[in-house]
Ligand binder design. Structure first.
Ligand SMILES: Nc1ncnc2c1ncn2[C@@H]1O[C@H](COP(=O)(O)OP(=O)(O)O)[C@@H](O)[C@H]1O
Ligand SMILES: [Mg+2]
Length: 385
């Protein structure tokens, strides 16, 4: 393989959104040029790209053409054309995460089967061909309310998830098409662990984070690090997440979303084999950011220290309700005047309700203080048009 930081060494990223942009910012410290494939160079990663190829990462020919002259390929979204990645891998391009893992992970049904097969703890589930089969299973008494229905392949940010509580939901709220049902978990807290692995087999986990959800948008609202949990539970969550990345055999990052149940069990909810919303705080609050760690993992470099510099709370900056149009940041200066606030904007030219437009990480000496300031950020900053 070519020397990693030589001018001819090319790292390609499928997807050019905000995760790609932040990967590019990390790569820029090493003066490592990144190449992107996505629909428009006006997307967030456009600003950091050595070259931005306009095309569709779901399209076989586009991925093949993009990948041919790259040394290493990775992703910032899992819904990419894996058939093309497999061919590129066979032709000698290094691909992380490996395409077989991507195929498993991008189908929530296959993901659950994988946990079952490897005895990794996760909620009880069953796969269904479509919504009619679900109704049949409920009417025949096999499934009782409440339960959670998930689309196998169409979901992100809560859009492919329905909580079915009664007959009326069963008639009106079911998602169409191939899906799975999960028993409703009695959740105490939702946690996430970002873990990294490199081809030499080194594994490192970032501190556990606590995800606080906005019930209206079903999006993470506050991300709190360190999570306010018992040290024994913290250790269990970290050990489990390391086991999950090892079992998948993934290099680069794996974000593991976990449920802490009311009776203190840890269950795997789902995983993402890439940088993740729940790791954005690491840019400002940890020795190594998740983005740098992903690059270290895919390039087989020593993994960086995941130690925390200070407690933090991350807030997603979402488009305000009632505004769709050219982006305008209202209250920016008030927000920058607050102590320990680090603002990150993704440069999306148009806003719409609940769209992820950026994030703020609040650094403080305690989690309580960071939560207090994070609430002020939400009050003062509004993304409108
Ligand atoms: N089995 C379950 N029991 C209870 N709540 C669940 C269950 N599965 C998902 N949820 C809730 O729905 C949210 C979104 O589900 P998830 O599978 O993570 O979908 P997404 O891909 O949209 O993130 C979870 O973060 C959690 O709040
Ligand atoms: Mg999720």
């Amino acid at each position: 393989m070519k020397e990693i930081l030589s001018p001819s060494f090319k790292v390609g990223i499928l997807g050019g959104g905000q995760l790609g942009k932040m990967l590019g910012q990390a790569a820029s410290n090493w003066h490592l040029p990144l190449y992107f494939l996505d629909e428009s160079r006006d997307f967030p990663a456009g600003i950091v790209a050595a070259e931005f190829v306009e095309g569709n990462f779901k399209n076989y020919d586009d991925v093949l053409a993009f990948g041919r002259d790259k040394d290493v390929l990775t992703i910032e979204i899992e819904h990419v054309n894996t058939a093309a990645l497999e061919l590129l891998q066979a032709q000698g391009v290094t691909v992380h995460p490996h395409p077989e893992a991507l195929d498993l992970i991008k189908d929530k049904g296959l993901q659950k089967l994988f946990y079952q097969e490897h005895h990794l703890p996760s909620s009880h589930f069953e796969l269904f061909e479509d919504e009619h089969a679900v109704r049949h299973a409920v009417h025949s008494g096999r499934w009782q309310y409440p339960f959670v229905q998930k689309s196998r392949t169409a979901g992100y940010d809560g859009k492919g998830v329905a909580v079915i509580k009664n007959e009326s939901d069963l008639q009106h709220k079911l998602l169409q098409g191939s899906c799975l049902l999960e028993t409703m978990v009695d959740i105490q807290k939702e946690l996430a662990v970002i873990v990294a692995r490199n081809p030499s087999g080194e594994i490192a986990a970032f501190p556990v984070v606590e995800m606080d959800f906005n019930p209206d948008a079903n999006l993470v609202e506050f991300l709190i690090c360190p999570a306010r949990i018992d040290p024994v539970i913290e250790q269990t969550a970290i050990e489990l997440s390391k086991k999950v990345i090892e079992t998948f055999g993934i290099c680069g990052l794996l974000a593991v979303e976990l449920f802490l149940t009311k009776d203190n069990q840890i269950l795997i909810n789902e995983v993402a084999p890439r940088p993740h919303n729940s790791g954005h705080h690491t840019i400002d609050s940890c020795y190594t950011s998740q983005f740098e760690q992903h690059l270290r993992g895919i390039l087989n470099l020593p993994l960086g220290s995941t130690a925390m510099k200070c407690p933090s709370v991350m807030v997603n900056l979402l488009g305000a309700e009632g505004f769709s149009g050219p982006t305008r940041y209202v209250g920016l200066e008030d927000c920058l005047a607050l102590p320990g606030v680090k603002l990150h904007f993704y440069g999306k030219s148009t806003t719409k309700p609940f769209r992820k437009m950026g994030h703020a990480t609040v650094l403080a000496e305690s989690v309580e203080e960071a939560v207090r300031v994070a609430k002020l950020v939400q009050e003062k900053l509004s993304i409108q048009c």
